[in-house]
Each structure stands twice: as C-alpha cells, then as structure tokens.
Ligand binder design. Structure first.
Ligand code: GTR
Length: 416
C-alpha cells in the first residue's frame, strides 16, 4: 500500500492509528436512540445536516436564485452520430460577473428524458473529450503536471481532451445515459483569495469580504452550484429524477456534501474523496484535518479549523455524511495506492453508515470487512477498492454504470 512517500509527520502506518470512538448516527443530541424512519427524517437527519453545515462545510444561501439559461450550441451528430452534444450558458442577473458553462451529451438511441450522470470537472469542459466543437474555457485554471495545456492559468487548444481518460463519454452514451458537466472553477475558482471571486464574491447576500465561520467555503459553493444545475437540468433532456451525481477527490467530497444536502439527487458517487469526503477524520491516517485546512484553507468553513489536531472534538464524522444520503444509493470508491485518501477509512465510513440504511429499509453495505482489491460489494451502499492510483478509471466507471443500472432504471426517484 505504501507507494506514496508519507510527508514528514504524517502517518501511513495502520498500527499507529489512535483509539477513537465514533459518534453514533442513530443517537440524537438529547441522547435518545432513533428507532424509526420518521424520527430519523424529522429530527436526527436535520440535526446532522446542521452540524455538517455549521462545523464542516459552511452554510450556503437557501432557496433558488434568479438565473438565465441560454442554449449556446447543439450538435446532433456528435460522437459519430451516437450522441447529441449541447452547451448552455448560465448567467445570473444579480451577479453579472458570474457565468457558468454546462456541457451535455445525450444518447441519440434513447428516448428522452434519459437518466444521466452529473459531475464537476477539474480542467474545463473541453478537457473531457477532444471534440473540437466544445467551447474552450476562458476561465482561470490551476496549472500543474496533470494539465500541461494550461498556460498562464488559462486553457489552450492543447488542453482539449486532456482529462478524457476520466470521462468515458462513448461508454456512458452507449449504456443509455446522458452526461452533464461543468468546470468547477466557473462556480468558484480553486484558490484562496479571501472569497472575493466566484459565487462568494458576487452573491448579494454573501457579498461581504469573507464568509462568517459557519458560512460556506469552496466545497459548499461547488455543492450549491450542483444543486443550481439540477434546478434546470430538465431542459437539457436529462431526467431530474434520475441524476447520478459523481465527483473525484475534492470533487468527490463535493458530491457527497451536495448529495447529503439535496435529496433530489437520486444517486451519489464519491471517487477517492479522502479527508473531508468519505474517509473517517478520527483515524488521522493519510491527510488529516489540520493538514487539509492548512493546504486548502478555503475548502471548508472557518469553524472546521477548530478540529485541527482535535478530531475527537468533532460532533460528527464522515460516516454520518454518507448516512445523510440514505436511503438513496451511494457509491464509495477507493484506490489501493491512494493511501493519502485512507482507503480503509473510506470503507469504514460506508460500513458505519450501514445501520442508517438498514433502519430505512434498504440493504445497505452488508459487509463487515474490506473486500479484496477490484471486487465491488454492497447493495445500496456500493464500495470498491481498485488496484492503482488516485484517479478515475474505466474500472471505476464500469462499477458506477452497473450501480446506476441497478438503482436508476425503471423506477422514478421521489423526493421525500
Ligand atoms: C489533494 C488533497 C486531497 C484531494 C486531492 C484532489 O492535494 O490533499 O484532499 O482532494 O488534492 O482533489 O486532487
């Protein structure tokens, strides 16, 4: 497992994981045990949501926002005639500097509306497929080894298709699903500028220089953005009742938080999400709360910093985040060499969310011990640890497509 060198002072040794006691998702704040679905729904779920909101990710503005959706392009013969490709520009009359661009592929062979995957991308819509018809993003973009086509923090033509291995569009389409994606930096650029830019800087009600300690960091902003896309996704031809939300790494943390808050998402997938995502914080294995808050001070809310080197004081842990998706299907994926994200901690979160899934009448995870490498398990909570590194691969997608086939086909997802 130890293929990545541990940064100084950080633990990759299972025998050094400290003793810890996880808070019980089914024990209410007044000490009463939850024994029925109604109490979970009406009391415990709201309690937990509020704790994650105020202590971990931060509160986002409630309600719908005024926005306009403009169709920019439509190509009915994309992917050699197998798909229709569309792009939409989303603008906000109250925030003129904010513009989002949504890319959608729909299978031509399926009748609409179709079930679909929705996910944020790291490097611009044009990076997910080499199709030259996709608009090249003009937004600020991170630079680094994985995106050599980005120069001076802007995408160049060379960055087209750079992330294509993570987005098997042909496969998704041939399985009868639509795909909708948006560059996460359109919603909030991923760097610490004191929350001046992106949605933080432009929304009227949150227009002050810095959110209060219990208000949204960038993960909450990205999650909020996903809900705004869901508000209008119907116009694209994707069935709003059959949206599988998916994210990798920091965007896997985001998909879990978005799926926890917004019950309209029918299925939630977290790929290699690690600390602040699926991994239990109390294990302090790989990336820790203190480390993530230092490297990425803008991701979580100010209050989360109270738990730097103080994980036992957290009123929640990440198994409770997964349980907030219940009874909807959730898939947690780890990678064997991704020790920074703590695969065992991700599995244990899934396992400790299981009692909530069972209380709500689903099959849950149904596994006590971590499965073998490349052996997916679970019924309503899916889990696998695949061989290889921190990434999204064809193996990962095969499991997500199979899981979506099992849970999204046929029945309509009703929002409680
Ligand atoms: C790492 C970070 C992780 C993970 C990852 C990513 O640097 O420590 O929490 O989110 O970035 O998003 O790629």
């Amino acid at each position: 497992m130890d293929s990545q060198p541990a940064p100084p002072g950080f633990n990759y040794d299972e025998s050094k994981v400290p003793d810890y006691t996880l808070p019980d998702p089914l024990l209410m704040e007044d000490g009463t045990r939850v024994t029925d679905a109604k109490t979970w729904r009406e009391i415990r779920r709201p309690e937990l949501l509020q704790l994650f909101e105020t202590e971990v990710y931060g509160k986002a503005p409630g309600g719908k926002v005024n926005h306009q959706v403009k169709a920019l392009s439509r190509e009915q013969a994309a992917l050699d005639g197998k798909a229709t490709r569309m792009e939409f520009e989303i603008s906000f009359p109250d925030a003129p500097d904010l513009k989002w661009y949504l890319l959608v592929f729909l299978p031509n062979s399926a009748s609409r509306p179709v079930p679909g995957f929705l996910g944020l991308n790291f490097n611009g819509n044009h990076s997910i497929h080499p199709d030259p018809g996709i608009r090249l993003s003009t937004a600020w973009m991170r630079q680094g080894g994985k995106s050599p086509g980005v120069k001076d923090n802007r995408a160049t033509e060379a960055s087209r298709g750079e992330s294509a291995s993570r987005w098997p569009v042909d496969k998704i389409i041939s399985r009868g699903y639509g795909l909708a994606t948006i560059y996460y930096g359109d919603i909030d650029p991923d760097y610490d500028d004191g929350f001046q830019n992106g949605v933080h800087g432009t929304m009227d009600s949150f227009g002050r220089p810095r959110p209060a300690p219990d208000e949204w960091g960038s993960i909450a902003a990205w999650a909020w953005g996903l809900s705004r896309i869901l508000d209008f996704i119907e116009v694209t031809g994707i069935d709003p009742h059959k949206v599988a939300l998916l994210g990798h790494s920091r965007l896997g943390k985001t998909s879990l938080w978005a799926g926890a808050r917004d019950e309209r998402f029918a299925l939630v997938i977290s790929n290699d999400s690690g600390c602040g995502g699926a991994a239990l914080s109390r294990r302090r294995f790989g990336e820790t709360v203190a480390r993530i808050n230092t490297s990425f001070p803008h991701w979580f809310c100010g209050n989360f910093k109270k738990y730097d080197d103080n994980e036992d004081a957290l009123p929640v842990d990440q198994h409770m985040l997964i349980s907030l998706v219940a009874p909807r299907p959730v898939y947690i994926a780890s990678a064997e060499e991704d020790v920074w994200a703590d695969p065992r901690g991700e599995f244990l979160s899934a396992k400790h969310a299981d009692p909530v899934y069972r209380l709500l009448g689903t099959g849950g995870l149904g596994e006590e011990t971590m499965p073998d490498i490349d052996k997916p398990v679970g019924e309503t909570i899916g889990y696998h640890i695949r061989s290889g590194k921190h990434d999204v691969t064809g193996f990962d997608w095969d499991q997500y497509l199979n899981f979506a086939d099992r849970h999204l086909s046929g029945k309509k997802h009703d929002v409680p």
